[in-house]
Ligand binder design. Structure first.
Ligand SMILES: Nc1ncnc2c1ncn2[C@@H]1O[C@H](COP(=O)(O)OP(=O)(O)OP(=O)(O)O)[C@@H](O)[C@H]1O
Ligand SMILES: [Mg+2]
Length: 149
């Protein structure tokens, strides 16, 4: 469990995480409506060198951006609830990119085997608690590093 005290703290966390990411990495973002999934994704994208405005992909489902060395794919699967639709997710996970998925539970069948899942819990207006779950050695290492800074 990692405690986030403010919006600025969330940005610092995103920057620290970005420093550990490699091509092909996938992050799952869980948490209630308004928990901060899109806000975190915007901080992460900026930390990866995206200069274009990162807006919520709720309507488009997938938006892709160019970062300084990697592409940044930002997905929001909220609208895919119950649809079982495969939009070709695999191709996004395998190219030279980092992918962040809001509401990943709605594409459970299409998720990769390794990922870092971040569950955001609202504590107060600006405080959040982050629960990290790693699948795979690479993400276990990242989780350890993030929990001990
Ligand atoms: N520490 C914090 N971390 C993240 N967001 C915060 C924090 N403190 C305040 N906020 C505010 O909480 C709101 C989070 O909204 P955001 O759209 O990011 O949530 P979301 O989880 O993507 O929601 P949705 O499920 O609708 O996509 C924003 O207005 C943001 O400014
Ligand atoms: Mg969102």
């Amino acid at each position: 469990m990692k405690k986030i005290h403010s919006l600025a703290d969330m940005e610092t966390f995103a920057q620290q995480l970005a420093g550990h990411l490699e091509a092909g990495d996938v992050l799952l973002l869980d948490g209630d409506l308004g928990a901060g999934k899109t806000t975190f994704s915007q901080f992460l994208g900026r930390a990866l060198g995206v200069t274009r405005t990162i807006s919520s992909p709720t309507f488009n489902i997938i938006k892709s951006y160019k970062g300084s060395t990697l592409y940044f794919h930002h997905m929001d699967c909220y609208r895919l609830e119950d649809s079982e639709e495969d939009l070709g997710f695999d191709e996004y996970f395998n190219d030279e990119a980092v992918t962040v998925i809001e509401w990943s539970q709605f594409i459970a069948d299409y998720l990769p085997e390794t990922y870092l899942k971040i569950t955001i819990k609202v504590i107060s207006e600006t405080e959040r608690a982050l629960q990290l779950e790693a699948q795979g050695a690479h993400f276990e290492k990242i989780k350890e590093a993030l929990e001990h800074v």
